[in-house]
Every structure is written in structure tokens, then in C-alpha cells.
Design a protein around this ligand. Structure first.
Ligand SMILES: Cc1cc2nc3c(=O)[nH]c(=O)nc-3n(C[C@H](O)[C@H](O)[C@H](O)COP(=O)(O)O)c2cc1C
Length: 168
């Protein structure tokens, strides 16, 4: 049982509201590598200029949406941490995407596209790694249930995530 007490559904049920959807695209960079090893939740870091761009539309915090890699046909749900990772006291604001799918390989250097569909919660600091991990696992459940609603599910079909005719 989780003692986390926050809603499983976030955002307006009937419409994706401004500033969403926010579309981000970049080459996956190497982060500090803690996500996969320490947390068991691997994250793909977007480049700094993409993070700067995102900052024009969204505040720091935890977000949910959809992602594709190398604009392949497969679209995955994702959760994204946008901010300073207070638990790790990072000096740069980063956009780190956890794709909700188990991959056998990492995808450094690949083209990552994400559609941010909504906000989950502000970033927090934690006294233990376990508390951070259980909050992230709850974020993943929030993303699953929130993306299942019609207007959010529809974003999965957004052409931004799909192969362009020229690359088919
Ligand atoms: C959905 C999600 C939520 C997160 N929430 C927080 C948070 O509230 N506070 C925090 O310090 N870090 C948070 N993190 C960031 C982790 O600390 C981060 O993934 C970790 O620093 C690994 O980064 P690295 O791959 O660059 O090493 C979150 C990450 C994800 C994917």
C-alpha cells in the first residue's frame, strides 16, 4: 500500500488546456546516470537548449505525456522531470524523460520527441531515496490514468511524434 495521498487524475478531463500540448525534440544526452542505477527508473536527458526552450512554456515540475524515439511508429507514455532535481542538488535545470516501457538498450544520441500533455506536481526534495522512488512510481500511475482520457489519448496520434513522409 502506498501512503501517497494525491489524485490519480490531473488536468481537465474534457480538454488539454494551455500551454499544453508542448512539443519538445532533441538528441538524447548522457545525464549523471543515476536514474537507471540508483532509482531503477532510467531517464533520457534532453539537450540544454531544448530545456531552455521548454522553460518559455512550463515551470519546473513533473509532467506527463507521450514520446517517440527516432520518430518510429511506436508511441510510448512518458513522465518528465523538468527542473533542478533538489534531491541531487543539480546546478542546471534539466528536462529528463522516463519512457514508460522496458527497453533492453539505452538510447543516447537518438532523436527523442515528446509531447507534454499536462502537469503532475511540483518538484520536491526528499530525505530518502525510497521516498523519491515511491513518488516517481506514483507519478507513473498518474500518467497512465490521466493519458487514458479522450483528449489526452488523442495526442498519441499527433503527427509530431510520427515518421515524416520524407523519412518513410
Ligand atoms: C517522474 C519523475 C519525477 C521526479 N521527481 C523528482 C523530485 O520531485 N525531486 C527530485 O529531486 N528529483 C526528481 N526526479 C529526478 C530524479 O532525481 C532524476 O531522474 C535523477 O536525478 C537521475 O538523473 P540522472 O539520470 O541525470 O542521473 C524525478 C524524475 C522523474 C522521472
Amino acid at each position: 500500500m502506498s501512503d501517497i495521498d494525491r489524485p490519480l487524475l490531473v488536468g481537465n478531463d474534457h480538454a488539454v488546456e494551455q500551454p499544453y500540448p508542448v512539443r519538445l525534440r532533441g538528441t538524447v544526452m548522457r545525464g549523471f546516470g543515476r536514474g537507471g542505477k540508483e532509482l531503477g527508473i532510467p531517464t533520457a536527458n534532453l539537450p540544454e537548449d531544448v530545456s531552455q526552450y521548454a522553460g518559455q512554456f512550463i515551470e519546473t515540475g513533473i509532467y506527463y505525456g507521450w514520446a517517440s524515439i527516432n520518430s518510429s511508429e511506436t508511441i510510448y507514455p512518458m513522465v518528465m522531470s523538468f527542473g533542478w532535481n533538489p534531491y541531487y542538488k543539480n546546478e542546471k535545470r534539466s528536462a529528463e524523460v522516463h519512457i514508460m516501457h522496458k527497453f533492453d538498450e539505452d538510447f543516447y544520441e537518438k532523436d527523442l520527441r515528446v509531447i507534454v500533455a499536462g502537469f503532475i506536481r511540483p518538484e520536491k526534495n526528499y530525505t530518502t531515496l525510497e521516498a523519491l522512488i515511491s513518488d516517481i512510481n506514483f507519478d507513473i500511475q498518474v500518467a497512465h490514468s490521466s493519458l487514458a482520457r479522450g483528449p489526452y489519448a488523442a495526442l498519441k496520434e499527433d503527427i509530431f511524434l510520427k515518421p515524416s513522409p520524407a523519412s518513410l
